[in-house]
Design a binder for this molecule. Structure first.
Ligand SMILES: [Ca+2]
Ligand SMILES: [Ca+2]
Ligand SMILES: [Ca+2]
Ligand SMILES: [Ca+2]
Length: 622
């Protein structure tokens, strides 16, 4: 096994008919040891920061080196102290306790703070606690980078179970999808399965467990979870998957760019090995125009609201972001002033004809959950993740908020001087509660409004942002990093509050991945979202802290086994030379079918990669 120093990547092809794949593997994801000297409590509680550092290491070797000074050979002991420092830094961002581990919401906020500090909006994080639909695990695996957490569920008597801590690992493969798509075998990088040596990185290895969806009584409520059936088989404590994390490269949606029905998905931040291509397609009902676009909070599907302007007939479609397959969410309805918004819980809000309805998008059917009278003809509305409210502006000059259950929350006049000229936009500030941005296409001025006080709903203008004359801001989004992104005369604008040393001012972000891309009137930009519920997911038992030996044998990496079938044979040889033939003398990562021809991860595909591979291939796996 002397050739483990080389990091090879094997990943079955991911495009097209992705659901037909039986196995997905992503090799080349590091398997850093959480237990190491130099980390509080020798890293015994550091599974969450370590599993997120695995993801950083993968990204750094696969097209975005800046995220962790890559590409590097992560198996090499020469990087050990560097990695220790990165795990510590991530633990600081995530407020990880050396004694109690990491809280779910602290992990979410910590990763986002890290991205905001260093890589504005290039990656977003979707997090879902509780039962995770199998399709989301699959979609996260092929389009993003996934960590999973599983809880330790302990019997309390009478068939009742309680969660008591848990563990977080990096998901690097799914097996058995063809025979049982909903209950695949998980292949994981376990940060706590190591060599016991606190100063040496152990050989990267993978553990497997079959899964089974089980129903059980969790503190009086009947719930379903994927049980990791091969973990802890001799224990009365059950291991249930109860949190999915997906780090996605940035995504931007728009429609009606060159003709009424065209639909575009931009994925400008490229990471090799992911299903990560831009797409343009004709949306269904080609005679109708795209009016608005939206994205599921878990990043798994996109929505296009369409209109026939002559008849005010509308339809809402969705596109599966892995397969590109379209389907209908809401069949044809005729209405005035239709608006949509999607919450962090995957609930769809539809304003039409003086009412607002709330639907569930999470289960393949779309049951109506609630409805209420709209407080006025709505110009634009958005979901406020910070406050779990809908915020809207109306044609009669009102600023309206209503609760997640559609009960009224506040209804105030827009401040004096704030006029909606043309297409209006409102967006809640994701970084500061009780702060919103309002603009319209007929004016280059953006208004930031706040409440008079935390207990008074009345709003006033807090700040004016003046864009260049002629700017026509439409479909405003404020990103995780506090950028103002909007559609302006056919392209995307991305403005950032920038410190110039002598002064600070709003300015176009020169490093934006999405600025300048062609856009219609409606855009959507991916943001980090989660279904966190205060009082539930921040209890001590929701800290991921106490690793227990799962009793499975980790299988060490075998680099020349490029297709990860356990054999080094002609199939691996062909997989390498397919990639090498396409990429010789190109910068790495580069390859075909997800196999990176830059075998030694030095950033160039050349004869050295071929020699290393052939050497490893002839050596085989022991
Ligand atoms: Ca490990
Ligand atoms: Ca070690
Ligand atoms: Ca093989
Ligand atoms: Ca190379």
């Amino acid at each position: 096994m002397n050739k483990l120093a080389c990091t090879a990547i094997a990943l079955a092809t991911l495009s097209g008919a992705a659901h037909a794949q039986c196995t997905i593997n992503r090799y080349g994801v590091p398997d850093f040891d959480q237990r190491r000297s130099g980390v509080p409590n020798n890293g015994g509680m550091y599974c969450v920061p370590t599993s997120f550092t695995n993801i950083r290491g993968y990204i750094a070797n696969n097209g975005y080196g800046n995220i962790m000074s890559g590409p590097r050979n992560w198996q090499s002991q020469t990087n050990y102290n560097y990695v220790t420092a990165r795990i510590n830094a991530m633990g600081t961002y995530m407020s990880t306790s050396g004694v109690n581990g990491t809280k779910s919401n602290n992990a979410f906020n910590g990763w986002n703070d890290f991205i905001d500090d260093w890589h504005d909006d290039k990656f977003t994080l979707s997090s879902w606690s509780g039962y995770v639909p199998p399709a989301w695990i699959f979609l996260g695996m092929i389009g993003g980078m996934t960590n999973i957490c599983y809880g330790y569920y302990k019997p309390q008597g009478g068939g009742v179970y309680d969660r008591d801590g848990g563990h977080c690992v990096t998901l690097v493969g799914l097996k058995g999808l063809c025979s049982n798509f909903s209950e695949p075998t998980f292949r994981i990088r376990n940060p706590a399965a190591d060599d016991g040596d606190l100063s040496v990185q152990s050989v990267f290895s993978t553990e497997e467990t079959r899964t089974a969806i089980q129903g059980f009584n969790l503190n009086g409520s009947w719930v379903n979870r994927h049980r990791m059936v091969d973990f802890g088989v001799d224990s009365s404590t059950r291991r249930y998957l109860d949190q999915l994390w997906v780090v996605w490269p940035q995504v931007c949606l728009t429609g009606k760019v060159t003709f009424g029905s065209d639909f575009h998905i931009y994925k400008p931040v490229k990471v090799f090995g992911l299903n990560n291509e831009n797409s343009s397609s004709q949306s269904p009902s080609p005679g109708m125009e795209i009016l608005q676009v939206a994205l599921h909070p878990m990043g798994v599907e996109a929505y296009a609201l369409k209109i026939n302007p002559a008849t005010n007939q509308h339809r809402l479609y969705k596109q599966d972001l892995a397969t590109g397959v379209w389907s209908t969410v809401l069949p044809s309805f005729t209405a005035e002033r239709v608006n949509i918004a999607v919450s962090r819980f995957g609930h769809l809000f539809v304003h039409a004809d003086g009412s607002v309805k709330k639907y569930d998008l999470n289960h393949g059917s779309y049951p109506l959950l609630a409805q209420n009278t709209a407080p006025g003809p709505i110009v634009d509305m958005e979901y406020d993740d910070k406050k779990d409210e809908i915020v809207a502006i109306t044609t009669n000059g009102r600023f309206v908020r209503f609760n997640n259950d559609l009960t009224p929350r506040a209804n105030q006049p827009l401040p004096t001087g704030v006029a909606i000229l043309g297409d209006g936009s409102v967006f809640p500030d994701p970084t500061t509660p009780d702060r919103w941005y309002i603009c319209s296409s007929g004016s280059p001025t953006m208004y930031r409004v706040i409440t008079d006080s935390p207990t008074v709903d009345r709003i006033h203008v807090d700040s004016l942002i003046t864009f260049p004359a002629g700017t026509e801001p439409r479909s405003l989004v404020m990103t995780d990093s506090g950028h103002l992104v909007f559609s302006d005369r056919g392209v995307i604008a991305d403005w950032k509050f920038t410190n110039f040393g002598t002064h600070a001012a709003w300015a176009p972000d020169p490093s934006s991945a999405i600025a300048g891309l062609p856009a219609g009137r409606s855009i959507e930009v991916s943001r980090s979202r989660n279904n966190f519920v205060a009082g539930v997911h921040d209890q001590p038992k929701w800290q991921n802290d106490s690793y227990q030996d799962e009793g499975v044998v980790p299988v060490p990496d075998c680099n020349p086994d490029l297709n990860v079938d356990g054999q080094v044979d002609i199939l691996d040889f062909l997989a390498f030379f397919d990639s090498f033939g396409q990429c010789q003398l190109e910068p790495g990562p580069c390859g075909a079918a997800g196999v990176n021809a830059d075998y030694n991860t030095d950033g160039l595909v050349d004869i050295l990669d071929m020699l290393d591979f052939v050497d490893d291939f002839s050596y085989g796996c022991v």
